[in-house]
Design a protein around this ligand. Structure first.
Ligand code: NAD
Length: 261
């Protein structure tokens, strides 16, 4: 871990009861940030905040469905009462399924686009309303390699993540002169809980054993390894601090050399 501090900063991190969001929450709290977790799973979010508190950090969990604007708005107000002005926001809540295009139900399309794209959209609105009222801030959207590279059986997911990149760029342009920066990262495969189910779905697509799926990806990536949570943290810290003060509307590919555009 580098020594960059995040004192006097209040973060909202969505989807942080698990995976990348949880890892960023723990790391940023150690750097001095106050962390508000927005997640559907309040119990798991509480486990993350309890762990942060045991390590001497400050964190609160809020049960929020990121597809619900009213829940986001009221939790955002509560965060400012509890932890002070929101300076920083990470949108990590997301879902992913692998299903052939013609078998993708309208329900799965609505859920995927709802959480990944609409959820990011609504959370950026809530973040920016607060940030404008206290002089600026910084937002990071967790996009995906699937926001740039098409994958069969992931049409709803790709559509939602390509949308997140467009959204990130448009918001970045609109608020560039108001001291609000908005960037994204596009990771390849990060072995979080998301892959507990995806490995079965991908195994079906390729005719593999589920336990062969992650090693199969490792072989095909130029660096021959998957994305580590520390890779996510390193890129996030860069994009969320003044180290990247002239960057907005950008996306960093964390793909071990697999994708370069
Ligand atoms: N794991 C990967 O390989 C990978 C790669 C690229 C991008 N991503 C993206 O990174 C982000 C984080 O993924 P992860 O691997 O940490 O996943 P994860 O499944 O471990 O965590 C996702 C979190 O989102 C929460 N969530 C889901 N729907 C929600 C909703 N409606 N409201 C609030 N919270 C909700 C879940 O409860 C969970 O805590 C996602 O946006 C995902 O699409 C993941």
């Amino acid at each position: 871990m580098n020594s960059e501090r995040m004192d006097n900063r209040t973060f909202v991190i969505t989807g942080a009861s698990s995976g990348m969001g949880a890892a960023m929450s723990r790391d940023f709290a150690k750097r001095g940030a106050k962390i508000a977790i927005f997640d559907l799973d309040a119990e798991k979010a509480g486990t993350v905040t309890d762990g942060i508190a045991r390590d001497g950090g400050i964190a609160r969990a809020y049960k929020v469905d990121v597809t619900n604007a009213a829940q986001i708005e009221s939790a955002t107000d509560k965060v400012e009462e509890d932890l002070g002005p929101i300076t920083s926001w990470v949108n990590s809540a997301g879902i992913s399924r692998m299903v052939p295009f013609l078998n993708t139900s309208e329900e799965l399309l609505d859920l995927t686009v709802g959480v990944n794209l609409k959820g990011t959209f609504l959370c950026c609105q809530a973040a920016i309303r607060k940030m404008l009222s206290h002089g600026g801030g910084v937002i990071l959207n967790i996009c995906s390699l699937s926001g740039k590279k098409p994958s069969s059986w992931q049409t709803a997911y790709c559509a939602s993540k390509f949308g997140v990149l467009g959204l990130t760029q448009a918001i970045a342009k609109e608020f560039a002169d108001r001291n609000i920066r908005v960037n994204s990262i596009c990771p390849g495969i990060v072995p979080t809980e998301m892959w507990d189910r995806l490995k079965y779905e991908y195994a079906k697509k390729r005719g593999l054993d589920p336990e062969e799926v992650l090693p199969y990806f490792e072989k095909s990536i130029p660096m021959h390894r998957l994305v580590d949570l520390q890779d996510i943290i390193n890129a996030a810290v860069f994009l969320l601090t003044d180290n990247s003060s002239y960057l907005t509307g950008q996306s960093i590919n964390l793909t071990g050399g697999e994708w370069m555009d």
